[in-house]
Design a binder for this molecule. Sequence first.
Ligand code: PLP
Length: 340
Amino acid sequence: MTNTAPIDLRSDTVTRPDEHMLAAMAAAEVGDDVLDHDPTMRALEERVAHLLGTAAALWVPSGSMGNLISLMLHLQRGDRFLAPRGAHVLAYEFGSAAWLAGGMPQPLDWDAGPGRPKAATVRAQCDGSTGYDTLRTTLLCLENTHNGAGGAVTPPHEHAQLAAAARDSGLRIHLDGARIWNASVALGLPPAALTVGVDSVQTCLSKGLGAPVGSVIAGGADFIREARRVRRMIGGGVRQGGVLAAAGLVALDRIDALAEDHANARLLAAGLAEHGWEVTPPQTNIVLAAVPDVGVTLQRLAAVGVRAVAMSGQIRFVTHRDVSRADIEETLRRIGEARI
Ligand SMILES: *Cc1c(COP(=O)(O)O)cnc(C)c1O
């Protein structure tokens, strides 16, 4: 019998909570996190702060809200902020950085590599920005891994150079670390090695780590105190949040397992290349492939039960804990058989 079940490679967000995670959610000790505090939320926040090397952390419902709260606190209306071209805050958050945080976006070229601007580019953008009689540039927003660049990793020495350039130019630094766990596993370094010098970092529990919901903002104690106020203001406070935080705590036990997703991404990319596809070798769990007509290829893939999405003008496949090595082999078999 041939296997025809759909294989969903659209995103690592499609992962579903397994029995172990659901059991932890059901058993969670809870309080009222808006009124007072919720003990499981607190445990999660402390664990993430520790992992990311910050003084404090705050659970938020989504990565987009984590970025938004951070930008609202860092930016004054009309301030310009810098971010690598194609960054999530620029391209996928519906303009909230401008509409709600009042920031003016300035995309930076990837002149150091995929998804990565050079430190000199950051410095050049700030020349002449004195803050009184010119436009004010006040924030650098980094992204590691960079989603639009195919899960590209910024190594720690480059991160340090970018952070130094930002500091010297008087900028604050926010790191969109939605997939910082993937970067950490790919580099074989603790996540805290990738947050050095940042004022805030946002990370997702709901992607490769497999929680159904939840992200965390991490930063200094004062920053997180303010972030808690803004979270409530924009409707992100939750009451018995421990049910959700319990899923996050289980998710954090699964960081090392991301290595399997990375191996599966390499297997997929190698197999696609054998079938004649033009693929970018993946650094983490995202495979980008250039095809003549993205819409047509997506349809042909869907016809054989392989789901992917369009991103950066290419096809994006994302490996995750709900697809196995056998699923990747099956994906390649279907693509080969249908001569896609
Ligand atoms: C997914 C993602 C986000 C947003 O997370 P949501 O929970 O979907 O709002 C932010 N930044 C990057 C780089 C992402 O990949």
